[in-house]
Write a protein that binds this ligand. Structure first.
Ligand SMILES: CSCCC(=O)C(=O)O
Ligand SMILES: [Fe+2]
Ligand code: NI
Length: 199
């Protein structure tokens, strides 16, 4: 990397419309829940919305219930997070918080648009595994897994933060053995035959 933000990597075409936002660090993009609705059966142009009259929307939770037996997930883009010294407000504090061992009640989903960084995750023996995330990589951490994040020495990363349904940010710092998400995670591991070290 040369200076922060000075390198422009070509973007995949479908991300082109995000480009202007990437100029601003950690900018919130309004959360737009994916919309879904029942359609009419008319022969009109298939590219039209085909709403029924009156419109009948289907809530995200209903979609999830109806399709629970299939892998059916809608990811919501929350924001683009650019991390880099000198460019981001409260950089030191942010990095410190990201590097504090924690869990979430939901999956942590990140797509790396540019740069690189490390996601550290605890394995079954409570040992850290460092995962190097580079441009074009996507990571999905299960709810309840202890993890943390840091930049690598390139000192620059631009991450898309994605959520399934409502974005929930809350980080629960270790220890969280009684947290429901932690308990579900441990149970899932154990039921797939992984013995988890007690701690
Ligand atoms: C910089 S994204 C990774 C940091 C993290 O674990 C989080 O945001 O919860
Ligand atoms: Fe996290
Ligand atoms: Ni780069």
């Amino acid at each position: 990397m040369v200076g922060c933000g000075s390198i422009h990597h070509p973007q995949p075409k479908d991300l082109g419309n995000l480009e202007p936002r990437t100029l601003i660090s950690h900018q919130q993009i309004p959360v737009m829940a994916p919309e879904a609705w029942l359609i009419d059966e008319s022969d009109q142009d298939q590219r039209l919305p085909h709403h029924r009259n009156p419109k009948e929307f289907v809530s995200l939770s209903k979609l999830q219930v109806q399709f629970i037996l299939t892998i059916f997930t809608i990811l919501t883009l929350q924001d683009l997070l650019e991390l880099c010294p000198g460019k981001v407000e409260n950089y030191e504090e942010k990095l410190k918080n990201f590097y504090r061992e924690h869990i979430h009640a939901d999956e942590e989903i990140r797509y790396c648009l540019e740069g690189s960084g490390y996601f550290d995750v605890r394995d079954k023996d409570d040992t850290w595994i460092r995962i190097w995330i580079k441009e074009g990589d996507m990571i999905v951490l299960p709810a309840g897994i202890y993890h943390r994040f840091t930049l690598d020495t390139s000192n620059y990363v631009k991450l898309m933060r994605l959520f399934i349904g409502e974005p929930v940010w809350t980080a629960y710092n270790r220890p969280q053995e009684d947290h429901p998400a932690r308990q579900v995670y441990i149970k899932t591991l154990e039921s797939s035959g992984v013995a988890v070290k007690a701690h």
